[in-house]
Design a protein around this ligand. Structure first.
Ligand code: ADQ
Length: 475
């Protein structure tokens, strides 16, 4: 019998037409769609009293277990520790780092709550796959409750080098908690190396055996690099379908023949939008022949609205877009169209297909799925050009993109111009090379590689033994 896959993430997204954006949700859902199983996590509801048991829904072969969380804890766990402490630090932005002991306590408490509520839903042969920085201590908490089934962890965002990580007062505890997993996966090699350096510094009893194994006491912890991919065929099909849809046709018609530059990002300071807007303004200055001949469409749905630094960046972007439009717009031309809204994924793929240039310039990014989606959505006979930040994990695989340092505005300006004027043959060659890479490592092989490794690397007791001890330990 093959084991059931249980994915756990902070937020569970039920499949909806215009679902909340987020790379993690896209990845987890594809994995579960192909393998079946359960997705456990917060369902989006907050309550003032005890939130009770998770609600269960089954859709298209996937079981969704939706947990409610206490409002007072959630604010400090999610906005506080996860997004004001871990997120900026892991993206190498310690100046945005904000640490409060109460937030850390709430983070620990929510992880305990996840463990308590997940325990009764587990079966003896389950493989548990925990996603991302919100839930780092979850394996430790499950182990304390007696769970011994294989538990893997995948970090969707970068893992910082020890000199940045140790800004966090609880960094040793964090590294120790990561060692409670059977398998710890990262997006790129550099993240794994940073993790190994942290283990060496924080846990003298641990020994790095090789790229795939760390030994600690009687146990070994598997480590690996698993760059997340996209569902190439599904995106191609969506982009083609959306091409004929009213919303994409209307958008294309409104360009009246102008070339489209597109950016699609959650509104987050790590995505480099302020720097990108400034580079586009500079581009219109340096290459005036493009005025009235290109349109830059930036789609940036609001995320984490309650975090102060997000309100600030929103304000800066509104100002920057207003300034560029005020300076360069004509009666029949708006240089930047800046939209803070979600779109159905399919419509978005149609917009990406319509764009001559995909502008993906994060200051730091674990992977960046939009870069991959942009390539998959193109017409291979007449593809657009990807301008990609060297600071995105995706740059390691997509070496035929125009790679730029997002802090180097002059480089971004020239890359946009090169992309807009690139001959068809070169566009085709670059696109074909990258599409092949995307096909080799698509979302399905990403999930399969991780789950196969997890199955092999469990170093705790056998599943049957584990359930017995877990049931005994149940409160
Ligand atoms: P994110 O930071 O959310 O993901 P990204 O990888 O670009 O970033 O994924 C965003 C996803 O949301 C894409 O699939 C995109 O199509 C979708 N999306 C964006 N804007 C949208 C909109 N307006 N409407 C609908 N959908 C929208 C985190 C990490 C990344 C890592 C992923 C996956 O920060 O580095 O690549 O997880 O591991």
């Amino acid at each position: 019998m093959t084991s059931r896959l249980v994915c756990v993430s902070n937020r569970v997204s039920l499949p909806r037409k215009a679902s909340a954006p987020g790379g993690l949700a896209v990845g987890v859902l594809s994995a579960l769609k192909h393998m079946g199983g359960m997705w456990f996590g917060w369902g989006g509801e907050l309550s003032d009293e005890d939130p009770g048991e998770p609600t269960i829904q089954v859709r298209d072969g996937v079981t969704y277990a939706l947990l409610n969380l206490r409002r007072d804890l959630f604010e400090r766990y999610y906005n506080g520790f996860a997004n004001e402490a871990l997120w900026p630090l892991f993206h190498y932005m310690p100046t945005r780092f904000c640490y409060r002991h109460e937030d850390h306590d709430a983070y620990q408490e929510v992880n305990r709550e996840f463990a308590r509520k997940l325990l009764p839903l587990l079966k003896p042969d389950d493989l548990i796959w925990v996603h991302d920085y919100h839930l780092i201590p979850l394996a430790s908490r499950l182990r304390e409750l007696g769970v011994r089934t294989p538990i893997g962890f995948f970090l969707h965002i970068p893992f910082p080098y020890i000199e940045t990580l140790r800004v966090l007062p609880t960094y040793v505890e964090l590294v120790r908690d990561m060692m409670a997993y059977d398998l710890v996966g990262f997006q790129v090699q550099g993240d794994l190396r940073s993790f190994q350096a942290s283990v060496e510094r924080c846990l003298p009893e641990a020994r790095i055996e090789n790229a795939e194994t760390i030994r600690i006491g009687q146990r070994t912890v598997g480590t690996g690099v698993f760059p997340i991919g996209v569902d190439v065929e599904a995106i191609q099909a969506s982009a083609q379908r959306a091409w004929g849809s009213a919303s994409v046709r209307r958008m294309v018609a409104s360009l009246v023949g102008r070339k489209l530059i597109i950016g699609v990002d959650r509104l987050d300071y790590s995505k480099g939008l302020v720097e990108r807007f400034a580079a586009y303004e500079q581009f219109l200055e340096v290459f005036p022949e493009n005025r009235n001949h290109v349109t830059y469409l930036q789609i940036a749905p609001l995320s984490r609205k309650d975090v102060q630094s997000y309100a600030e960046i929103r304000h800066s972007l509104e100002q920057a877009a207003g300034r560029t439009n005020g300076r360069f717009a004509d009666t029949d031309w708006t240089p930047i169209r800046y939209l803070n809204r979600n779109f159905p994924h399919e419509t978005l793929m149609g917009f990406l297909r319509a764009a001559h240039v995909g502008l993906v310039t994060p200051l730091r990014d674990g992977m960046n799925l939009v870069a991959k989606e942009y390539l998959a959505a193109q017409d291979p006979n007449d593809p657009g050009v990807l301008v990609l930040s060297t600071m995105a994990g995706a740059a390691h695989e997509l070496s035929s993109a125009l790679l730029v340092n997002p802090y180097d505005s002059r480089a971004v300006v020239h890359a946009i111009q090169t992309a807009l004027t690139m001959p068809l043959e070169e566009r085709r060659e670059r696109h074909a090379a990258m599409l092949e890479t995307l096909r080799k490592n698509d979302i399905r092989s990403w999930a399969q590689r991780f789950v196969t490794r997890l199955r092999e690397t469990s170093t705790w007791r056998s599943p049957r033994e584990s359930l017995v001890s877990a049931v005994r330990a149940r409160p």
